[in-house]
Design a protein around this ligand. Sequence first.
Ligand code: G6P
Length: 369
Amino acid sequence: EQIEKGGYDHFMLKEIYEQPSVIRDTYRGRLLANEGIIKLGGLEEYIPKFINADRIIIVACGTSWHAGLVAEYIFEDWARIPVEVEYASEFRYRNPIITEKDVVIAISQSGETADTLAAIKLAKEKGAFVYGICNVVGSTISRETHSGTYTHAGPEIGVASTKAFTTQITVLTMIALKLAQIKGTISKSNYMMHLRELEQIPNHVEEALKSNDKIKEIAEVFKDASNFLYLGRGYNFPVALEGALKLKEISYIHAEGYPAAEMKHGPIALIDENMPVVVIAINSNHYDKVVSNIQEIKSRKGVIIAVVTKGDTVVREMADYIMEVPNTPETLTPLVTTIPLQLLSYHIAVMLNRNVDQPRNLAKSVTVE
Ligand code: G6P
């Protein structure tokens, strides 16, 4: 097992550090930035299905559901196709309205999650076209779907998903870009720019990983907190949810993820000097709004740990601790903002002596209801 961990203390840490290379594996041969080409074998022949769809319904569970939420923002923005993101477990029992004009995307690392599988079967019965995004080659979901794309992240052993999440987003981003290009809902220059920027993501992730020691120090300060709040907006709202989930899963500390602006409708009541608030406050359309959210937290004595864009000065002044990530176009930011949050949970869990790779009560793949 030590050999399999490749010198890392835990599989989770190894998998966090593998992200630059597996994201590259995910787009290798599929993304040719200079030529302006995206080619996904499973997608080509079904592009008309996507383009003519009334809507896309994404079904998934856990971390994969968070990747689906990120995709909702990306697909609607670029490809202008309405998207709904559903917990597979709710969808399957809701007597949902599905027609042949719907495209269902099922996201699953393992390809074996019982609820996601049941959702797929239901969608197929109702005549929808079902596309799978799985990591495990030959898995049940990859066989049950009409077509799909593998993430190529390699085996993920840590129960808390890390590299599967970023590679799922990579695939979904490529699909959205491709559809947008064909539909003409993205300009040529914007398309080309995002292709090139997507190709840079592994380098940016590598850069973000360099903050590891600093994040470890932050973990030391907050490891005994009993609650955390995670806030983000837009593309980074799902990242806030994912950051909170990572912390819960492996440290057993209660954490809640929230869209930053919703804070005033509830969570703000919880804020005091004992409440660390992790805020994703990167360069984006929402920057000023997030800055005012930070002010609101500060005035209630909350402690701010902010994820900021490298070179940021405003939030740096206001926050108690900062974790820097490289600058990247807003749509692609979830791929980098996720990294410090993974590391923060990892270090807290290790400091609390938790079983990081196999947290209590959790399973890598949930094949029963
Ligand atoms: C379990 C795992 C999570 C995972 C979820 C969905 O809860 O512990 O890490 O996100 O199942 O799994 P899937 O394999 O369908 O992505």
